[in-house]
Design a protein around this ligand. Structure first.
Ligand code: ATP
Ligand code: MG
Length: 361
């Protein structure tokens, strides 16, 4: 059994990371499908705003949303595989944020005040980091959902993927932020009335952003009163989930020097936060026909073929040289997926990737 197959069988969360355009969404969907074929109940979560997941699965764009949808697997293959389940979710940041507010708001009135508050809507829709944090929140929700054994996460490009891992910490920093602590006293009440320093601070903020923004912010923090603990606890739980034994990270790459450098840099960042990269998928590798030029092809009429073969051998050797640092630095299984002659745009295409991803290397 190859290392990826073992991850699919044994882990409960699998996060696919990698530079833009290398094939993360395709790989995440194909791994999810392969796990379903191996009998697991799998949910694939995409944070990719480009709707590539629907496209890769051959689904209409409107089918995928913030709630898991069951995707019917094509007829079971001859080997009897195909008894698991495949589900898919496309993250909707604002809806997920609203659901989190609903979870922690002590009263329906408080919930309503927050959801209609201008400052909150601004955070929920556009605050940098809100997107990443809600992705982690969604992952946490799906992980806790009894319907699924495994959640496969597709992520945006690497530069953002590290934001993901930092998202729980960012929420904590927000709660520790000066603005927050100026507005909300340790006992939970608003500092507005009691604290002269806070008044001065708010007046200067209002001059820059406008009084109505400050009023909105004050209303938001007043309504947020009592919810802070819930948010902190949840951020800590999400962080633990990312570092849990059951969570695996799979880096997706292509045989290009810059991409290989990115993978190594990102794996280094992960390592720095105590997370190991569990496997690497190298996508779009040129097929290897033969290790060396066979003898007996000297006939001049074969020249066009020997030229192509020589080029192919040269490409393969160059690609292998490019990938060598991966093997040198990361002590993990590296699975190669060939460059296909067409886009993957339906379940049959994803299904075909399964045996390639899970082949012995
Ligand atoms: N092995 C392959 N051979 C040929 N085409 C491929 C292969 N893998 C993926 N593709 C195609 O490459 C394109 C990009 O793939 P995909 O959307 O999975 O990348 P991504 O890493 O998720 O991109 P992004 O970072 O933009 O989210 C898609 O059109 C996909 O069908
Ligand atoms: Mg993608």
């Amino acid at each position: 059994m190859n290392a990826l197959a073992r991850l699919l069988d044994e882990r409960s969360v699998l996060v696919c990371v990698g530079t833009g355009g290398v094939g993360k969404t395709t790989t995440a969907a194909a791994l999810a499908m392969a796990a379903a074929r191996r009998g697991r109940r799998v949910c694939v979560l995409t944070i990719d705003p480009a709707r590539r997941l629907s496209d890769a699965m051959g689904l209409d764009e409107s089918v995928l949303g913030n709630e898991p949808r069951r995707v019917e697997l094509p007829r079971a293959r001859d080997d009897g595989a195909g008894h698991g389940e495949l589900w898919a979710v496309m993250l909707d940041t604002a809806t997920t944020f609203d659901a989190l507010i609903a979870t922690y708001a002590p009263t329906p009135q408080q919930q309503q005040t927050i959801l209609t508050n201008g400052f909150y809507r601004n955070i929920a829709d556009s605050m940098s980091g809100a997107h990443e944090y809600m992705a982690m929140e969604k992952l946490y929700e799906l992980h806790a959902d009894e319907r699924f054994d495994l959640v496969v996460v597709d992520t945006p490009p690497t530069t953002n993927a590290i934001d993901f891992l930092e998202a729980p910490d960012r929420i904590r920093r927000f709660l520790d932020h000066r603005l927050y602590s100026v507005l909300v006293t340790p006992t939970g009440g608003l500092a507005r009335v009691a604290n002269a320093a806070a008044r001065t601070f708010l007046r200067s903020v209002a001059r820059v952003v406008g009084a109505s923004v400050v009023d909105d912010a004050i209303e938001f923090f007043a309504a947020f009163d009592g919810m802070e603990e819930g948010f902190r606890a949840r951020a800590a739980a999400v962080e633990r989930l990312l570092r849990a034994e059951g969570t695996a990270f799979v880096a997706v790459a292509t045989p290009r020097p810059d991409v290989v450098r990115d993978v190594l840099a990102f794996s280094g960042l992960l390592r720095g936060t105590g997370i190991d990269t569990d496997a690497v998928v190298v996508n779009r590798v040129h097929p290897r026909f033969t290790a060396a030029m066979p003898a007996g092809l000297e006939d001049p009429s074969l020249a066009p073929f020997t030229t192509v073969l020589a080029q192919s051998i040269a490409i393969t050797e160059a690609e292998e040289a490019t990938l060598a640092p991966l093997h040198a630095v990361l002590d993990v299984t590296v699975v190669r997926v060939p460059l296909l002659d067409a886009d993957v745009h339906d379940l049959a295409g994803l299904d075909a990737l399964g045996p390639i991803l899970l082949a012995e290397v």
